[in-house]
Design a protein around this ligand. Structure first.
Ligand code: SAH
Ligand code: SF4
Length: 347
């Protein structure tokens, strides 16, 4: 069987080569790009492309789309949660949120995840495959079309570990920020990682200007290893050193995610240890009361514990905020919508 080219995952140079290598003039590549940016979903919509080229494209390539399998709209705010399916029937989740500055979208980078964090619904469901750049773009395009909005901020915090799909994620970021792409500025893109240290150094070297968000979730190796298997591979000190390097190389402040789990990582002593470790770093801490995932037994920390963390971190001049909960009625934690879908017989 002939492998079809994933045309939306090609960058400008690759698209040009694909067209000229097949005997068509170079300027056609620009016209095709312009149609792809307009979100066309089949080649016949490319009206200024001659029939022979359209026929060639149809037999040699495909346009990635994300189909809406499920859509949940919050009754409290404008948050929308999607379950998207791709060509092969695999599904991922994504969430669109409304902020003062515009629309933000949290997208997935893999179907499932290999990292196995104990508090995470995605981690519990295992790993199926990585997404292509076009499948990441398609999630944004599908939401923009469905809601008739423009997404101005993107966070890679849905299903999957972005740095475990490094090349595709970097290509996605470049395509999404291109003028003739979705035109989402690098400064409006955030990548969240559980902490694959060598890849953080690699990312810094690219100097993309995106925000790095690191899922820390513990003040020391002992607690971190209990909830995050990756912590057995890289120590918290090695991880923080790579974050310092990220700041020194890119000038971008790193954000730390800290899911507060009652009785696991939320004592005053835990807060003091965290404050000492982060002291002197140019960073921000996002506190997230853990979303309870069935079967984990984890319970979210109460408001008193959250405030205590904020106060103790502030003593060391570390800013911390509790992440605003949007769409609390539909925000079954990431991976749960899909879990329910699977339980009902979906893929
Ligand atoms: N794999 C990446 C990005 C996807 S997870 C990462 O781990 O950073 C996005 C964020 O959601 C991470 O900070 C992750 O730790 C957090 N998360 C996962 N399950 C959660 C839960 N049940 N409650 C709160 N946060 C959770
Ligand atoms: Fe994967 Fe992130 Fe979930 Fe951990 S928290 S299992 S790295 S998606």
């Amino acid at each position: 069987m002939k492998l079809l080219v994933d045309i939306k995952s090609l960058n400008d140079e690759e698209l040009e080569n694909f067209i000229t290598d097949s005997g068509f003039p170079k300027f056609r590549a620009k016209q095709i790009r312009s149609w792809l940016s307009k979100n066309v979903t089949n080649f016949d919509e490319m009206r200024n492309i001659p029939t022979d080229l359209r026929e060639f494209l149809k037999t040699s390539s495909y346009i990635s789309v994300a189909n809406i399998e499920k859509k949940l709209v919050s009754r409290y705010d404008k948050t929308v949660k999607y379950l998207f399916s791709f060509n092969d029937g695999e599904c991922v989740e994504a969430v669109v949120m409304s902020y003062k500055h515009g629309w933000s979208m949290c997208i997935s980078t893999q179907v499932g995840c290999k990292m196995g964090c104990t508090f995470c619904a995605t981690g519990k469901s295992g790993f199926s495959r990585s997404l292509t750049p076009s499948e990441m773009l398609a999630q944004i395009e599908a939401a923009q079309r469905d809601l008739d909005i423009r997404i101005s901020n993107v966070v890679l915090m849905g299903m999957g570990e972005p740095l475990d799909n490094f090349d595709n994620v970097i290509k996605f970021i470049r395509l999404a920020s291109a003028d003739d792409g979705l035109n989402i500025g690098m400064r409006h893109i955030t990548l969240s990682t559980c902490g694959i240290v060598p890849k953080i150094y690699e990312l810094a070297k690219l100097r993309l200007g995106i925000t790095l968000s690191v899922s820390l979730h513990a003040p020391n190796d002992e607690i971190r290893q209990k909830t995050m298997p990756i912590a057995r591979k890289y120590s918290i000190e090695e991880l923080l050193q790579s974050c310092r390097d990220y700041f020194d190389t890119t000038g971008r402040r790193v954000t730390f995610e800290y899911s507060m789990i009652s009785g696991v990582n939320d004592s005053d002593e835990n807060a003091r240890e965290l404050a000492n470790r982060l002291s002197g770093m140019n960073c921000h801490v996002n506190l997230i009361p853990v979303n309870t995932v069935e079967g984990t037994g984890y319970i979210k920390s109460n408001i008193k514990r959250q405030q205590s963390f904020i106060d103790i971190l502030a003593e060391k001049n570390i800013t911390a905020t509790v992440r605003r909960t949007l769409g609390s009625d539909i925000n079954a934690s990431c991976g749960q919508l899909k879990r329910n879908h699977i339980l009902k017989g979906g893929k």
